[in-house]
Write a protein that binds this ligand. Structure first.
Ligand code: R5P
Length: 301
């Protein structure tokens, strides 16, 4: 059997280290720096020839830079004679730009998918990719695309650190029903519901809570992404107006832009927790255990 090596890009090393431990495979090294003119310099320091290579990079915080780094690195791994190339992209950037909302706009996720597809790699593994209008990502990325979930890891954290008595799970909008369902199941078949959200702009939303019974109950909110925090702020207000008690907010991808964290801290939540697909002060849960089993299966480990 050919040997396996795992490499972490500049926004994926923290996850690559954990995956190497969980899969018991060699952790290789890369050199990433800038040329004086700001172009990206990439050098793969480990020998990847004839090996199965797992490359990890999360397209978080500086997505444009990281996309270039990721595509160039994957192409180089193949070019250096790797037997198989597997890309772990815990946070897939541009997934929310999945439609031409205004004439002439780029459907960025389609363009990004075409670039990945052109590399013809052996597997792409991502986590809770925002699938709204594109429901089957294999149609754009190709068949070897796996969309995993980090919600079970968030549920393990809740079970470990909090009591779940008298608790309901809430998704702040229709799309979040899939995550609310998983969270509710993992917490022991709790009840779950969703709120109704209308987006006014990239930063403003209106949330209504109809047919949601939370009076006197504790709530666990789960969403895929917290970006500006607008969705969560409005969801928490709506739930408190309905008489909810303690509220814990969980998210897979804590992007937390534009002062989102102070806005969320002012809500005095019982807990606020995300995974480390995006590094932030609330990234208390490791995503590696959500990814490792699929890699084991695909690489026959
Ligand atoms: C959108 O539908 C997503 O599931 C999230 O609810 C959204 O991206 C959160 O964004 P923000 O924190 O800016 O409201």
């Amino acid at each position: 059997m050919s040997s396996i090596i795992i490499l972490g890009g500049s926004a994926g090393e923290h996850i690559a280290i954990e995956l190497a431990k969980l899969l018991n495979v060699e952790l290789g090294s890369l050199e990433i720096r800038k040329f004086p003119d700001n172009e990206t310099y990439i050098r793969i320091l480990s020998d990847v020839s004839g090996k199965k290579v797992i490359y990890v990079n999360s397209l978080q915080r500086k997505p444009n830079e990281l996309i270039i780094e990721t595509l160039y690195t994957l192409d180089t791994i193949r070019d250096l004679g790797a037997e198989e190339v597997h890309a772990v992209i815990p946070y897939m950037a541009y997934a929310r730009q999945d439609e031409r909302f205004n004439p002439g706009e780029a459907i960025s996720i389609l363009s990004l998918a075409k670039l990945f597809k052109a590399l013809d790699i052996d597997g792409i593994y991502t986590v809770d990719m925002h699938l709204h209008r594109i429901t089957d990502p294999t149609k754009i990325f190709g068949a070897k695309f796996y969309n995993l979930t980090g919600v079970r890891e968030l549920a393990k954290y809740i079970k470990r650190y909090h009591s779940i008595e008298n608790t309901v799970v809430i998704g702040p909008d229709e799309e979040a029903e899939q995550w609310a369902k998983i969270m509710a199941e993992e917490l022991g078949d709790l009840e779950f519901s969703i709120l109704e959200k209308r987006r006014l702009s990239a930063e403003e939303v209106v949330i209504e809570a109809r047919d949601v019974e939370v009076r006197g109950k504790n709530v666990v909110i789960v969403d895929d992404i917290i970006s500006t925090g607008g969705t969560i702020v409005e969801a928490v207000k709506a739930l408190r107006n309905l008489g909810a008690k303690d509220i814990i907010v969980t998210t897979v991808h804590p992007i937390l832009v534009k002062g989102a964290l102070p806005r969320l801290l002012r809500l005095c939540l019982k807990d606020l927790v995300g995974t480390n697909t995006v590094l932030s002060p609330i990234s208390k849960v490791s995503i590696a255990p959500a990814i490792a089993p699929r890699l084991k299966e695909q690489l026959n480990l």
